[in-house]
Design a protein around this ligand. Structure first.
Ligand SMILES: *Cc1c(COP(=O)(O)O)cnc(C)c1O
Ligand SMILES: [Zn+2]
Length: 499
């Protein structure tokens, strides 16, 4: 719809202007820094940042029902820069002019309700939000659209030139970073560091295809992260890990979309998501908090962060009920099918600690919970979801296994409507499914396939046929007719079909 065709009262709000007064705020010492420069950690104390809009209170002057209409009408506007995460520009990028926005189709992923059979099996009403439908097939694109739009803005205003973007990755950050950097070539180039043999072949193919320099490093993600941190401290590079606070801002769009898809009614809702480096849960908490503070939503949903028992530092930290007694200790990770979340020392832990406290206080009760699940449960629930019409990745399976655990512990009640984050596309993790089907998991995974969930292709070669078609020698005439008849008959017998 064209701008002039919208109701008069909404027109002035539809296309957001550059506003806000955004700074990096250190979570350690509280110092604030100008955003004219790319900064990742505090020069004074070394802690991580969050971006803060010092003029945020201006957003509270707009009544909540007007906000609802602004976002709902924006849905109908054919302006690429507002079609993705920047539908919520005022909340996640008020200082970025729309002509600097990079839009590659990210955001507004589908929320699909589970079928009655699966809801009965789990004992809860729930949806999958399919964040694998983003352009590089994971939620990381939300944060990358934000970080690269900001870099693009700096490049255009000549505050930056010839950017080398780098990141460490469990596979999806590098795929996303390489994709967005490629869109901005030749001004922006990318280099990614991956733990050797700890990303799937599909994930490795992605940055290679986008033309990034790809470096494989011995060890696990946490080792790669240290190397990237050393590079970003000593050299002129743009760090694209979620340590970069712009990533967090973009990822907040996930919460805003869910609020909008529920017509801003967040009562009796619960969000379940996997935790790795803890950037995603930081963003989801922060997003709901901001909408709540402005009055766009009247309830803060429950948020349940899930970790595999093979990579569970956040779960362990919160296992101690007395806040003063909690001590954060990194863990040594073990192999996990939720490989994208296989992180022992999450960079965003200080953000999580601060935001969880604020969130629970504002909610007036405990609203954030942490659950632990076994590898077996992740795989079994992932396949069960996919057998019921979903296309969840293994991390999506982790979300579903987490919901089952949360039900068991009474965190999710019978009136709660649940949204599970399926953080990536199932195709990226197809090899784990194949390992399950073929019972090939090395012992460390602790996964024994259930017969009822296994599957395999069956080659049909009817007996008594000496001539079979091939690419080099196609069959013709009677031979071909005989082949078609016999093969159809063999399949019909397998399927016990009646004629
Ligand atoms: C990165 C990633 C995670 C973990 O998210 P964090 O923000 O690191 O906690 C989970 N699932 C997938 C598919 C990912 O790519
Ligand atoms: Zn500091």
């Amino acid at each position: 719809m064209k701008i002039n065709d919208f109701p008069n009262h909404i027109q002035p709000y539809l296309i957001p202007e550059v506003t806000g007064n955004v700074v990096y705020r250190c979570l350690g010492c509280g110092a604030q820094f100008d955003i004219e420069r790319l900064l990742y950690t505090c020069p004074q104390c070394g802690s991580v940042f969050l971006l803060v809009d010092l003029a945020f209170d201006r957003l509270k002057k707009i009544p909540s029902d007007l906000w609802h209409r602004i976002f709902d009408y924006r849905r109908m506007l054919n302006l690429p820069s507002l079609k993705g995460i920047y539908r919520y520009h005022e909340f996640i990028g008020p200082v970025i002019p729309l002509d600097a926005v990079i839009y590659l189709g990210e955001g507004h992923t589908s929320m699909v309700e589970a079928n009655p059979y699966l809801q009965d099996l789990v004992g809860a009403r729930f949806f999958f939000k399919n964040d694998g439908q983003n352009p590089s097939a994971s939620f990381k694109d939300r944060g990358m659209a934000s970080a690269l739009s900001y870099i693009n803005f700096l490049v255009r205003s000549e505050k930056l030139s010839d950017v080398l973007a780098i990141c460490a990755s469990t596979g999806d950050t590098s795929a996303s970073a390489a994709l967005y950097a490629a869109y901005l070539q030749p001004k922006v180039k990318s280099a990614v560091l991956l733990p050797h043999k700890k990303v799937t072949p599909q994930q490795l193919a992605q940055p290679l295809g986008s033309g990034a320099r790809v470096f494989e490093i011995p060890g696990v993600f946490d080792d790669c992260m240290k190397v990237v941190e050393a590079l970003s401290e000593d050299y002129d590079v743009a760090l694209l890990n979620s340590k970069n606070a712009w990533r967090i801002w973009g990822q907040e769009s996930y919460s805003y979309e869910i609020a909008q898809d529920f017509d801003y009614d967040m009562s009796h809702k619960a969000m379940v998501l996997p935790i790795g480096n803890a950037g995603n849960i930081t963003a989801v908490i922060s997003g709901f908090l901001k909408f709540f503070e402005v009055g766009i939503i009247n309830h803060l949903p429950k948020i349940i962060g899930v970790q595999s028992s093979h990579a569970n530092p956040v779960y362990r930290y919160y296992f101690e009920p007395v806040p003063e007694k909690r001590i954060f200790e990194p863990v040594q990770v073990r192999p996990s099918v939720a490989q994208a979340a296989m992180i022992g020392n999450p960079v965003s832990m200080p953000r999580v600690i601060q935001l969880v406290e604020t969130y629970n206080k504002k909610a007036g009760c405990q609203a954030i919970f942490f659950a632990e699940v076994e590898e077996q449960a992740i795989m079994d629930w992932d396949l069960t979801a996919n057998r019921n019409g979903h296309f969840a990745c293994t991390q999506g399976g982790e979300s579903l296994a987490g919901l089952v655990e949360a039900k068991k512990r009474g965190i999710v009640g019978k009136d709660d409507i649940v949204v599970l984050d399926s953080t990536a596309h199932a195709m990226k993790f197809a090899d784990f499914q194949q390992m399950y089907f073929e019972d090939r998991f090395p012992a460390e995974f602790e996964i024994t396939p259930k017969k009822s969930l296994q599957n395999a292709p069956e080659l049909i070669k009817p007996k008594g046929l000496d001539l079979l078609p091939s690419a080099e020698r196609p069959l013709k005439g009677k031979d071909f007719d005989r082949f078609v008849q016999q093969t159809a008959k063999a399949i019909a017998e397998e399927l016990k079909l009646r004629s």
